[in-house]
Design a protein around this ligand. Structure first.
Ligand code: ATP
Ligand code: MG
Length: 335
């Protein structure tokens, strides 16, 4: 198959995608659509690796995530959209990859190390969580893509995926999996968009579906206003005349992306010539303008048309995946 492919996905942990998902990843998927076949996966199995006591409604979440892909600008006539669990080859290759992946490598993955603190507090950490980078390697390598567009948080996982591919090739003496490229935005703000809050050390942290610090692509004008009003700003700036530190202020960070006047706004903020409320009001206006096309496109999407799109996507994904699996089986002398 000579057509160049791109593969990427979002976890179905939540039915809504946020601005970070868009700026860090989706924007690049959309851009790449004109030159590549962009396979857009909804990673439903991955949502189970960090689930709490109540399992997520995966069927609902997955369909809604697919709608957000289209609302953001993915063209389903050009780019297959599919659900991970509907292509059983993902689970199959995951099993095979688990045989060529060292445990030490998985235990060193930063997200796993973070989660292990939960273990210390008596909560369970699953085998699935430890192994999820192996599933991710299978997700990617099944499509033997040219590149994988993601946010910066995914860089260590992509490196691990490449290593898994190399280990398979070395173990079975066949070049089944060629190397792929990370496609991570050069702009540090876009590739790791901060959320509306701060971590326990008072530092901005990544916008994440699991932190409840998000502006969602489908938030209406009132939700955006209410969230921005309660967003984190320079803590020592109590009144307008106090100097601000735009680098550490979530609102100023967003102004940099969404306001053409951000440089003046930052300077005035720094000099104590601008108040946080003024920044917030300007941002609310800009963000609401920015989100109009998403809201417009999304309201026309119904479940029946999404199901038809997902069915077509699954068929195309399975064609590619089953071809890869045939090569995998031959390399392993399973057949
Ligand atoms: P969860 O908290 O459930 O892991 P998430 O918000 O981290 O959700 P994912 O589904 O894990 O979202 O990630 C989907 C894609 O969006 C990945 O490519 C990831 O790197 C990217 N991404 C997620 N959050 C951000 C962010 N704040 N800035 C830039 N890219 C992001
Ligand atoms: Mg994530």
């Amino acid at each position: 198959m000579s057509e160049r492919r791109i593969l990427s996905g979002m976890r179905a942990t939540n039915p809504r995608l946020h601005l970070g998902n868009y700026e860090g990843a989706l924007r690049n998927w959309i851009r790449l659509q004109s030159d590549y076949r962009v396979f857009c996966m909804v990673a439903d199995y991955h949502a189970l690796t960090t689930m709490g006591d109540v399992p997520p409604d995966l069927a609902y979440n997955s369909r809604e995530v697919a709608k957000d892909y289209i609302a953001a600008g993915i063209d389903p006539d050009k780019s297959p959209i599919f659900i991970q669990s509907q292509v059983p080859e993902h689970a199959e290759l995951h099993l095979i990859f688990s045989m060529v992946t060292g445990l030490g490598k998985l235990e060193r993955v930063p997200t796993y190390k973070e989660k292990r603190e939960d273990l210390a507090e008596g909560r369970q950490v699953s085998y699935g969580l430890l192994g999820y980078p192996v599933l991710q390697a299978a997700d990617i390598l099944l499509y033997r893509p040219y590149g994988v567009p993601v946010g910066k948080d995914q860089a260590p996982h992509l490196e691990l995926s490449r290593e898994v591919g190399r280990s398979f090739n070395a173990a079975f003496g066949a070049e089944v999996f060629p190397e792929f490229k990370d496609i991570i935005d050069d702009d540090d703000l876009r590739s790791k968009l901060p959320g509306l809050d701060v971590d326990e050390n008072g530092q901005l942290r990544k916008m994440s579906k699991s932190y409840d610090n998000c502006i969602y692509l489908t938030d209406d004008a009132d939700a955006v206003a209410q969230k921005v009003k309660s967003a984190f700003t320079t803590p020592s700036k109590m009144r307008k005349t106090d100097p601000g530190i735009p680098e550490g202020c979530a609102v100023c960070q967003y102004l940099k992306l969404y306001s053409p006047d951000w440089q003046t706004q930052w300077e005035e903020d720094r000099r104590g010539e601008r108040g946080c409320m003024q920044n917030k009001n300007d941002l609310i206006e800009r963000l609401n303008e920015f989100l109009v096309p998403f809201r417009e496109r999304r309201k026309d999407l119904d479940d029946a048309s999404i199901d038809a799109i997902l069915k077509r996507g699954r068929e195309e994904a399975r064609d590619v995946a089953s071809e890869t699996m045939a090569e995998v089986r031959r390399a392993m002398r399973l057949i």
